[in-house]
Design a protein around this ligand. Structure first.
Ligand code: AMP
Ligand code: GLY
Length: 435
């Protein structure tokens, strides 16, 4: 049955542009609004005349407009309890409550849950900043490398992989001294995991779940995984490192026990569960959980998704996940290259003219992340400016198309990685699965 849904999307990044397109192109979508939105999102959605930070006013507007389902993109909105306020007004929401989103905004809580549910993850210890001396003694004897994580949300910067004991101690002390404010009041120290990283997104209704195509992100700023960690410089999906066997393990030994323990605690997870994995010899362990879609993985994952995405999210929001809304989670292979402002993830300039998008669209989907329109001109307005997602039958062709699109787009100090998808290509060349 095709529904006729009135939807609101929250967010303003590249991830939300991909969500907006997938929602708007769903047979069940009758109308789509967004706030705060961006110029790309507004190709698919009307601007909702309400701020995303005033949750009460947002809920009132949704009720007045008979919104059937709100899809929440950003982690901060979830951590601030937006889903709770909307649900208490009787609205259906695709996005977890503040208590369930805690798996992202508290790494110590995520560790405690994993421990209780027997989920494979790095061995760890959690310290309060007041336990400084105990932590420093522990770190001084820990095997290297060792990983130090601020407990709370820290814009993706709260993790240090320390190669020496001095670095480990310095990282701990700067977190305890307030580098990430309250996020560093509690600090997790964990073993370093070896292997290849991948991201799996499970759409959850509190009990049941459905996994989208597995993806791989490219977190470092420069080619060959050099430079600083960023929000993500590119992605591809499906990622062949998550083959059927690995995916079966992820479902059975990670997602199923996590959803069970959360629902038994009276804290069911409704929304997109992002499972950040390290895969070593086919054995997946959890590096992190997030309570939302990933960016820029979503741009690749939704580019290959074939189904009624709006109906799928709505069914999950109602607690009755409907897998019949999905034809195929991976129709083809997608490669997304992020175009960033020179200097990102450190300081960068904004306000440069962006041109060539029509040409780029001949090869790839053009997802806006940090752009704005001023006096009829499209300008850069963020660290990550655009994501170009090409879709093809094979990863090799998807990469080629994505870089043809990259060459079409121009703005001053355009920065991008030239090796997005290279690992997947090497896997194909080594005789592994396509993609
Ligand atoms: P997180 O914010 O927890 O995802 O950490 C950011 C990045 O740090 C991850 O994507 C990994 O590349 C790295 N990382 C985090 N934890 C570990 C670990 N235990 N072992 C190895 N690398 C890790
Ligand atoms: N791409 C990683 C994230 O969204 O956290």
């Amino acid at each position: 049955m095709t529904l006729s849904l009135r939807l609101l999307l929250i967010g303003s990044g590249g991830r939300e542009h991909a969500l907006a397109r997938a929602l708007a192109e769903s047979p069940s979508c009758a109308a789509l609004w967004a706030t705060p939105g961006n110029p790309g999102i507004f190709q698919y959605a009307q601007a909702a005349p309400v701020s995303d930070t005033d949750h009460i006013a947002l809920a009132a507007w949704c009720v007045q407009e008979h919104i059937d389902c709100v899809v929440i993109g950003p982690d901060q909105a979830l951590a601030d309890g937006m889903a709770d306020v909307l649900r208490s007004s009787g609205l259906a929401v695709f996005g977890p409550s503040k208590a369930a989103a805690r798996i992202e905004w508290s790494k110590a809580y995520a560790k405690e849950l994993m421990h209780r549910a027997g989920i494979p993850t790095a061995a760890s210890r959690t310290f309060l900043k007041s336990q400084g001396q105990e932590a420093l003694d522990y770190l001084a004897n820990h095997a290297l490398p060792v990983v130090i994580k601020a407990d709370g949300l820290a814009l993706g910067k709260g993790v240090v992989v320390a190669e020496t004991h001095e670095q480990a101690i310095e990282a701990f002390q700067s977190m305890a001294d307030g580098l990430f404010k309250e996020a560093g009041n509690t600090i997790v120290v964990e073993d370093f995991l070896r292997g290849e990283e991948a991201s799996v997104f499970a759409l959850c209704d509190g009990q049941d779940f459905l996994c989208l195509a597995p993806a791989q992100d490219h977190k470092r700023a420069f080619d060959n995984d050099l430079g600083k960690n960023t929000g993500g410089m590119g992605s591809y999906a499906p990622a062949a490192v998550v083959d059927e066997e690995v995916m079966a393990r992820v479902k059975l030994s990670i997602i199923r026990p996590l959803l069970d323990v959360m629902s038994n605690d009276g804290n069911p997870f409704i929304g997109c569960l992002f499972v950040g994995l390290m895969i070593d010899n086919g054995q997946p362990s959890v590096v992190e959980f997030n309570a939302r879609f990933g960016d820029p993985e979503t741009q690749s994952v939704l580019s290959v998704f074939d189904g009624d995405f709006a109906a799928l999210c709505y069914s999950a929001a109602l607690g009755k996940l409907d897998p019949s809304t999905v034809q195929n989670v991976a129709k083809g292979v997608a490669c997304t290259v992020v175009l960033a402002s020179g200097g990102y993830p450190d300081a960068y300039e904004r306000g440069y003219d962006v041109t060539g998008l029509d040409d780029a669209a001949r090869y790839a989907r053009v997802y806006h992340a940090g752009t704005k329109v001023h006096d009829g001109h499209l300008l850069t307005n963020g660290g990550r400016v655009l994501g170009l997602s090409a879709i093809a039958p094979t990863i090799a062709e998807a990469i080629e198309l994505a870089y043809k699109a990259v060459d079409c787009v121009h703005f001053r100090d355009k920065h991008y990685r030239r090796d997005i998808g290279r690992r997947a290509l090497q896997r194909v060349e080594a005789g592994g699965l396509q993609s």
